[in-house]
Design a protein around this ligand. Structure first.
Ligand code: AZE
Length: 183
């Protein structure tokens, strides 16, 4: 799928949301246009009683002219005919944080170590993506295992985003406080 057509992007076959549940540390990211989570991004996915996936996420953001704070976000996921493709409704616990409706595609995961996420916010007239973001998740805050790196690199290529990612630092800026404990 290297024609960069959003419609041809392959997602995880037979995606299993129960195995996906739990904590994921973002270790790499490609930013969308505008304001986004900067670093210390941790997401916690949960499957509720009726089988629906929800998530909490934290991450450092810069708002109000360089005020750094830890955004605490919630997301609910609507399933689609393709198991790896979701629609995510999201909002912040504080009103000055961002809210919206994004695609949330799981491109690939082994459930135990790595996951590649992708979201295209705006498809161009030629079918390529004009505004996307993508997160590389690891179960390990320190980064990806060496054996997972070539797989993830291949997926970055498939997404036409190779070279557009930055490392996501985990410095403890966003305490795992309430949110990991709550689950
Ligand atoms: C994601 C993991 C699953 C839950 C959520 C996620 C996305 C969160 C944002 C947050 C943006 C916040 C901003 C605040 C000022 C994909 C990380 C909710 C897009 C910009």
């Amino acid at each position: 799928a290297q024609d960069c057509q959003v419609a041809n992007i392959q997602t995880m076959p037979d995606f299993d949301k129960s195995r996906y549940a739990g904590t994921w540390y973002a270790v790499g990211k490609k930013d969308p246009e505008g304001i986004f989570l900067i670093d210390n991004i941790v997401a916690q996915f949960t499957i509720d009683e009726d089988g629906k996936m929800t998530a909490k996420a934290v991450g450092k953001v810069n708002i109000f002219n360089n005020w750094e704070l830890c955004a605490e976000m919630f997301g609910t996921f609507e399933e689609t005919p393709e198991s790896g493709k979701f629609r995510m409704k999201y909002w912040g616990i504080s009103s000055y944080l961002q809210s919206g409706n994004d695609d949330h595609w799981v491109i690939d995961t082994d459930y135990d170590n790595y996951a590649v996420h992708y979201s295209c916010r705006l498809v161009d007239a030629d079918g390529t993506c004009l505004d996307s973001y993508s997160l590389i998740f690891s179960r390990h805050p320190g980064g990806l295992r060496p054996e997972d790196q070539p797989i993830v690199t291949q997926k970055k290529m498939d997404l036409c985003l190779l070279g557009k990612y930055r490392r996501v630092e985990h410095t403890g800026f966003c305490p795992n406080n309430g949110f990991i404990a709550m689950q």
